[in-house]
Design a protein around this ligand. Structure first.
Ligand code: FES
Ligand code: FES
Length: 164
C-alpha cells in the first residue's frame, strides 16, 4: 500500500503535481523532485535560513515545512526572482556590493530580502539586520549584505518615484 500523496505546488508561476510521502520536507521536494536547487540546506535545526523561500506571501524556511503542509501553495524561490539575463535589483546589488562569497546562503538571503523590502520598503540598517536575522552567512560578516539590501531599497524606491 502506498502512503504517498498527490501534491500540487505552484513554484515560480509554474504548476507542478507529483507524488510524495507526507513527511517529505518542502526543501527536498523542491530540490530533488522539481530540480529547483537554488534553496540550500545548511542545518537540521531551522536556524540557518539557507532554505528560505516565499510561501503564500511569507518567508518560510522550507526545511521546516512538510510537503503535505505546502500542498496547493504558491512558492517563490531565488529562481523566480530573476535570471542571469534579467537580474532582480537585489541580485544586481549583491553582485555590485559584494554581498556574497561562497554563495550558499545567497538564495535564501535574497529571497528573504525581497520579502523584507515588500514588508518595509524603507528599512533602516537596524531593520535590515533584524529582518535577515533568520539567515546565517559564514563568509561575508553581513556588512556587505546589509549594504546590498539598502542600496537595492533605494533603487527600488527611486524607480517607483520615477514611475509616478
Ligand atoms: S536548512 Fe537551515 S534553516 Fe533550513
Ligand atoms: S556567502 Fe558563504 S555563507 Fe554567505
Amino acid at each position: 500500500m502506498s502512503n504517498k500523496m498527490h501534491v500540487n505546488l505552484n513554484v515560480n508561476g509554474e504548476d507542478h503535481e507529483f507524488l510524495a510521502e507526507p513527511r517529505e520536507l518542502l526543501i527536498y521536494a523542491l530540490r530533488e523532485k522539481l530540480n529547483i536547487t537554488g534553496p540550500h540546506v545548511g542545518c537540521e535545526t531551522s536556524h540557518c535560513g539557507a532554505c528560505t523561500v516565499t510561501m503564500n506571501g511569507k518567508s518560510v524556511k522550507s526545511c521546516t515545512v512538510f510537503v503535505a503542509q505546502a500542498n496547493g501553495a504558491h512558492v517563490t524561490t531565488i529562481e523566480g526572482l530573476g535570471n542571469p539575463d534579467a537580474l532582480h535589483v537585489l541580485q544586481e546589488n549583491f553582485k555590485e556590493h559584494h554581498g556574497l562569497q561562497c554563495g550558499y546562503c545567497t538564495p535564501g538571503m535574497i529571497t528573504r530580502a525581497a520579502k523584507l523590502l515588500e514588508e518595509n520598503p524603507n528599512p533602516t540598517e537596524a531593520d535590515v539586520r533584524f529582518g535577515i536575522a533568520g539567515n546565517i552567512c559564514r563568509c561575508t560578516g553581513y556588512q556587505n549584505i546589509v549594504k546590498s539590501i539598502l542600496s537595492a531599497a533605494s533603487e527600488m524606491n527611486a524607480a517607483k518615484e520615477a514611475a509616478q
